[in-house]
Design a protein around this ligand. Structure first.
Ligand SMILES: Cc1cc2nc3c(=O)[nH]c(=O)nc-3n(C[C@H](O)[C@H](O)[C@H](O)COP(=O)(O)OP(=O)(O)OC[C@H]3O[C@@H](n4cnc5c(N)ncnc54)[C@H](O)[C@@H]3O)c2cc1C
Length: 382
């Protein structure tokens, strides 16, 4: 077992950290306040190949391993959690399934523009009546000659306001009576595709979360990923991948909160001493640092498992559950250490708290992660 990053992984960390601090740092607070997506930042992200982190060079991607991927999302989220979210969703649950299950034609049609950031992508499964119960979706695609006609609606779509192509989960019905669940690629310029309201959110505000409506959208069969009946399997496997990225996002937010807290505790003087000299504060810092480190180990282990194992549901669920939960705790601890100043918007601490909360909700809540972990261990995968 090797706990050292490779030279390339260290280089990724250093370069993405420098980029994030220089380019995203000056924007992070204002895009959060105004809840706007920064196309300026999106263009800059293209220059470091962040829209195609794991796509092969053949399609214009950076072709990095999964630990480098996690490091990239972690470093970007350390500065701007909302940008980390948009990127991880685009790369993991948007681009990845096209690479894994797409036909060569689908890869040629979509992956170049996805890798360059010209086309932003995402994954939309959740509906008003189907959240944790992913099998309960009601969108329906009915076969019609060489197409499917899609009707229904989706909610809480990350990148929804800016995506050009999305993986959409739907039930389907064929002329021969076959029914099931399919994963289809729906494009923004298709007739009947309508973007709904932009959500006004607590955190990750500069990512444009929207609802979507499909009104008789004609989907050519060339836009189905895998076989029609593969949809649910594709979604579950894709979420295993996605959760590593969400965990890396949570980790980056928690790391930022820890670093700020250490600096603040050393500099803030009360009772004629730095507050770091009080055990009530320094022990809190010790707990935070340990939790952040433990989350990092789980995230990198899951990333390594993705590169080396066929299935990694347990590792992925564990890192998402743990990193999401400690991100909430560590950011709240950071706020407490900053006292009243931490509560004010002049400092980024309250943004970290707001951004951390949702990491234990999307791509499966912490309760659903525990369900996956317990099912795995009870089956003997301990
Ligand atoms: C900002 C944001 C962005 C999102 N982006 C996307 C996206 O891009 N694509 C997408 O498809 N979805 C997205 N989602 C949706 C997200 O994945 C769901 O919100 C999440 O899966 C939970 O579903 P729900 O909100 O319907 O809650 P529910 O499923 O109604 O759950 C409510 C509560 O009940 C608990 N619960 C439910 N079932 C069980 C159970 N069996 N055992 C124990 N507890 C249970 C849950 O853990 C939760 O605490 C996003 C959500 C948010 C907030």
């Amino acid at each position: 077992m090797n706990f050292e990053l490779t030279e390339k992984q260290k280089l990724v960390r250093n370069s993405v950290r420098a980029f994030s601090e220089d380019v995203l740092g000056p924007l992070a607070s204002s895009v959060d306040r105004d809840a706007i997506f920064s196309w300026e930042a999106a263009n800059e992200l293209s220059k470091i190949n962040a829209w195609g982190i794991q796509l092969p060079e053949k399609y214009g991607g950076a072709d990095l391993d999964s630990i480098s991927y996690a490091i990239t999302i972690e470093e970007i989220s350390r500065v701007c959690g909302a940008t980390g979210l948009g990127l991880t969703v685009h790369n993991s649950v948007g681009a990845y399934p096209i690479l894994k299950w797409g036909t060569e034609d689908q890869k040629e049609r979509f992956l170049y523009d996805i890798a360059s950031g010209k086309k932003i992508t995402g994954f939309t499964w959740t509906e008003p009546n189907a959240g944790s119960d992913a099998a309960g979706i009601e969108c329906m695609a009915i076969e019609d000659e060489n197409d499917y006609i899609l009707n229904g609606s989706k909610i809480f779509v990350t990148n929804g306001g800016v995506a050009s192509v999305l993986l959409v989960g739907t039930k389907y019905k064929k002329k021969n009576g076959e029914t099931g669940m399919a994963a289809i690629l729906v494009e923004k310029d298709m007739k009947g595709y309508e973007i709904g309201k932009k959500e006004d959110k607590l955190g990750v505000r500069s990512n444009l979360t929207t609802s979507l409506y499909f009104n008789d959208v004609r989907i050519p069969k060339e836009n189905i990923l895998g076989k029609e009946s593969d949809g649910f399997k594709i979604a579950m496997h894709t979420l295993d991948v996605g959760r590593i990225g969400i965990a890396a996002q949570a980790l980056g937010i928690a790391q930022a909160a820890l670093e700020h807290s250490v600096e603040y505790a050393k500099g803030r003087v009360q009772f004629k001493k730095p507050i770091s000299s009080f055990q009530g504060v320094s022990f809190k810092l010790a707990e935070m640092a340990t939790e952040v480190d433990a989350a990092r180990l789980l995230v990198y282990r899951a990333a390594h498992a993705k590169d080396t194992k066929e299935r990694f549901s347990k590792e992925s669920a564990m890192c998402k559950y743990y990193a999401g939960d400690i991100a909430k705790k560590v950011t709240l601890d950071a706020l407490q250490i900053h006292g009243g100043y931490g509560y004010m918007k002049d400092l980024p601490i309250e943004r970290y708290v707001r951004d951390a909360i949702v990491t234990s909700i999307y791509e499966g809540t912490s309760e659903i992660m525990k369900l996956i972990i317990s099912q795995q261990i009870l089956r003997g995968n301990i």
